[in-house]
Write a protein that binds this ligand. Sequence first.
Ligand code: APR
Ligand code: PHB
Length: 389
Amino acid sequence: MRTKVAIIGAGPAGLLLGQLLHAYGIDNVILERQTPDYVLGRIRAGLLEEGTVALLDEVGGGARAHREGLVHGGIELAFAGSRHRIDLKAATGKTVMIYGQTEVTLDLMNARHAAGLTTIYEAADVKPHDFDTDHPRVTYVKDGTSHEIACDFIAGCDGFHGVSRASVKPSAIETFERVYPFGWLGILSETPPVSHELIYSNHARGFALCTMRSTHRSRHYVQCSLDDHIDQWPDDRFWDELKLRLDQETADKLVTGPSIEKSIAPLRSFVAEPMRFGRMFLAGDAAHIVPPTGAKGLNLAASDAYYLAVALREYYIEKSAAGIDHYSEKALARVWKAVRFSWWMTSILHKFPDTGTIGARIQLAELDYLVASKAASASLAENYVGLPY
Ligand code: APR
Ligand code: PHB
């Protein structure tokens, strides 16, 4: 088989890139290790920047998000027993949309299917080859048979544990990493959200977040220990702990119910530089990870896909390599700002085991300043709604 761009990974980065390339007349094939159901079973954050929604629209995959997504013009920060609203819309003119990553993935899968594009699911042992030459290839095994795809470019959209970044020789790549000393325990429940906007809470017992998937489905998180196991967190313990970390009014209003999903996720900041190795590019979680505070992961995957698709369009249509030559630099400039923002939101909202009582007091001073200062609120808002592409 031959294609222009072989994309490894059918998560949001790979699927959006595939649709953008298709819109620009560039044929592509996606290789995915898992089944579609497995990919759709992964529960992740669900907050889209306007730029991400615009990209979904551009590829004809945004209609359901506009119908079902919840548009939010603000968020609330809770600390020292009260809640304070940050008016995102007033500060930036922009909003964010609550729409689950699972739904984004499903809409992109359907758009890809409708366009008749090839996705090879359950592709085992996928390997990128010869990307430092003009004739890259990707090999894989499907149903016990080996196959090869010859291509012009390889897009590594295969997430943090993927094969693409791992195939680069260590001397060609520099990585930056911080692993946080806690995790997020999240539950999904068929209960109405406690508030119509998200509540991020800094509490002496640890961070908590009240978010949602729809008007009848809630998603809640509490900061937990990295040693914790979900078996130690029956639903009742979760709800009790969450209530303790919220202001009284919110705790009293909270509607609890059985969890339909429960998981613990570690928190990590990670960046690999560069994002291009000859004829292979990295995009999304394959190149960088942010902690979920601020929900930038999916939105960064979208901006990478956009930069890469535009660079490849320039290569094929305008016969210029300038775009692909600048892809890494351009993508990383936006990535680092989101890495900085996610690290900062994480650092002001969580309980850190090593900073002691002075660290906790400084966090409260920063939060107090943040909600009282127009300039500081605007800075948070500008980053939260997403920096321009
Ligand atoms: N071969 C083929 N496919 C692979 C391989 C491999 N060796 N390794 C991983 N994959 C697939 C995974 O099964 C997954 O479907 O690549 C896909 C990567 O998807 P994601 O992990 O969702 O990453 P990405 O598309 O970059 O999306 C970023 O996901 O982790 C969240 O917070 C993050 O929301 C952000 C988004
Ligand atoms: C989510 O809805 O899962 C979510 C929202 C905002 C965040 C993190 C997660 O900052």
